[in-house]
Design a protein around this ligand. Structure first.
Ligand code: HEM
Length: 198
């Protein structure tokens, strides 16, 4: 770890540790306050999805923000992108665990379409998390690795945005916020790509 101000730091694993501690504290507090697993479930599924979305957007926009608005934040996000992505995977797999518990323990149901669309996002997320290390980049080759992470992240982006748009206006304001931030992130990526091509 280097010295310097916060944005200069390569914080790597500390990001995952902080996210894991916050997540466990949030779930333990909800368990206590709501008085058990069953009562807690309806209160924790959305917040875990929001935290996952925030981390996803940080990883998804890291390079475009640095290209469009070079500065301390973009440099920090680029340096720590792998760990931000792994933190996203951790939180989002917890979201999946909560959703599955809710399906198993309550009479909530989901269509096969919903389960398979979301399930494929988890297949990509699992592959991306497992290959987020230098050995996998060498093994797959930089081109294939990039392809996997690009397709995976756009698919996950699509599920976030499509899910939020699809449930409007019933899920306002959170669904609207997710859709607007998601579409803005895509515009950043397109603008950065166009800037690099010039
Ligand atoms: C495997 C299938 C999945 C199922 C069955 C599922 C189910 C759920 C449920 C039950 C909630 C809570 C809704 C509520 O409290 O009203 C939720 C929230 C959410 N999920 Fe999942 N989920 C799945 C996968 C995913 C995936 C893959 C993503 C994104 C890539 C995602 C993104 C979200 C978001 C953004 C919310 C919060 C929505 C809001 O606040 O309006 N989910 N999900």
């Amino acid at each position: 770890m280097t010295t310097g101000n916060f944005w200069n730091l390569n914080q790597g694993p500390a990001i995952i540790r902080t996210v894991a501690v916050l997540l466990v504290a949030f779930l333990a507090m909800s368990y206590e306050i709501q008085g058990g697993m069953l009562a807690m479930l309806p209160h924790v599924m959305k917040p875990t999805a929001w935290l996952a979305f925030a981390l996803f957007i940080m990883a998804f926009t890291a390079s475009s923000i640095q290209i469009l608005f070079p500065g301390s934040y973009g440099r920090w996000a680029m340096k720590n992108r792998r760990y931000i992505g792994l933190s996203f995977a951790l939180v989002h797999f917890v979201h999946a665990g909560l959703v599955l518990s809710n399906l198993a323990l309550t009479d909530a149901t989901r269509t096969v379409g919903e389960l398979s669309g979301g399930g494929l996002a988890y297949v990509f997320l699992g592959l991306m998390a497992l290959t987020s290390n230098n050995a996998s980049v060498r093994k797959l080759g930089a081109k294939n690795w990039k392809r996997l992470h690009k397709i995976g992240s756009y698919y996950i982006w699509l599920i976030f945005v499509a899910r939020s748009l699809g449930e409007l206006p019933g899920n306002l304001p959170s669904g609207g916020v997710i859709a607007v931030i998601g579409l803005t992130a895509l515009m950043f990526r397109i603008s950065a790509w166009r800037k690099l091509r010039k």
